[in-house]
Design a protein around this ligand. Sequence first.
Ligand SMILES: Cc1cc2nc3c(=O)[nH]c(=O)nc-3n(C[C@H](O)[C@H](O)[C@H](O)COP(=O)(O)OP(=O)(O)OC[C@H]3O[C@@H](n4cnc5c(N)ncnc54)[C@H](O)[C@@H]3O)c2cc1C
Length: 457
Amino acid sequence: MTVAVVLFTSDLRLHDHPPLRAALAAADEVVPLFVRDSGVHAAGFDAPNRAAFLADCLWDLDASLRRRGGRLVVRTGPVVRETGAVATECGAAEVHMAAGVSGYARRREERLREDLGRRGVALRVHDAVNTAVAAGAVTPAGSDHYAVFTPYFRRWSQEKLRGVWPAPRTVRVPDAVRGEPLPSREDLPVLSPGLPAGGETRGRERFARWARSRMPGYEEGHDDLAGDATSRLSPYLHFGALSPVELVQRSRSRGGAGAEAFVRQLCWRDFHHQVLAARPEASRRDYRPRHDRWRTEEEAAEDVAAWREGRTGYPIVDAALRQLLHEGWMHNRARLLAASFLAKTLYVDWRVGARHFLDLLVDGDLVNNQLNWQWIAGTGTDSRPNRVLNPVRQGLRYDPSGAYVRRWVPELEGVEGRNVHTPWRLPEERRAALDYPAPLLDLTEGLVRFQHARGLG
Ligand SMILES: Cc1cc2nc3c(=O)[nH]c(=O)nc-3n(C[C@H](O)[C@H](O)[C@H](O)COP(=O)(O)OP(=O)(O)OC[C@H]3O[C@@H](n4cnc5c(N)ncnc54)[C@H](O)[C@@H]3O)c2cc1C
């Protein structure tokens, strides 16, 4: 009887899963393994909102495996030690896993290869599991990655994707391998109250429902904050509960402007993955240094606290940050303007904001979070690095009725129409009756400070 191990990391699904498919083809029995990696805990990446979503994903994966005659084996500890121990216990000849692009994922792969090699076990790493096109598979002449999105998108769109594989019918797991009880959402500390439920089953249902009802209007509707017309699939993609290859293929086969626009957004994930794969240090250091002398968290303590709590006095920024606190998720347009406000208007180090997002976002990941923050801070891949988003104009444009602001900032519920974006202009008596702060700073002041810092005048 031959045995293989599948080490699940950010690929918590059974459909379209290259490592599982290869392991089932190579061995009679397979151990589906998930390690609650103490390294991830030590790095502070298991924030409660994501830990809760992860627990849902593991329960769902286990249930799906049980329906196929198997089960999920969960272990806790350093991932290299636990994987090696499981491989030895079950006499596996191979361990299969998905490739990752972060520095941590790369080191994990190297250490696994070494440890398993000593045990006589081969490590097989599979590409295009968590991206549609593998990071580094397409490169421009003379460079190891694309630094600008549009040419990458053009090239990426021409790549032929592999076929989509169904979930296996049966998975036979050796009886002898010991597992631990699955972690549960109930055991976790305080979570955002509006956190979505995780798991492949829910992710697939959500995609199917959204593709039928809202994908056709995605192109026009995706920036409408109150309309909430985007897919909200990002946490499922982050944990690999959905396959990007499958989403691209299924969207393309539906066709239409909405599907095309959605596929383009999926390409942004791949774009950032290939940047980080080539420049892993971009998760911490400026990708394109602009010689900024950012205000630190200590220097800007009061501004940072007001920003985090959603009490800056700029309603659209506050609505965005309160949505994050409540749902562990934020609309893309809201992320853009909240991040621009911190990094450019308040001129605070983008890493301070990126950390806050990572502490709360259920889809928070090093690749997309850090590189989107760099994009907005003008140290990343934006070809207009000095653009500053004006929160009043953004509010009027993307929340013209003010419904998004009223949803998240109840103090402003009674302010009619577009006035909700400029409460400081209300008559003094009316303004004083609102339990809502005055603007933290004048926007022109913020703009001048930023432009001066960037040497623009
Ligand atoms: C400052 C900032 C921080 C961000 N942090 C993260 C993060 O930690 N994790 C994360 O997944 N996304 C992040 N994003 C990207 C984007 O905001 C979210 O992916 C999107 O809002 C998720 O909502 P959705 O699933 O409804 O998106 P949809 O509009 O339905 O898009 C479909 C999918 O495309 C991908 N996508 C869309 N826009 C982007 C983008 N700009 N970059 C990369 N992928 C994209 C996502 O996987 C998303 O689920 C960040 C954006 C900004 C501006």
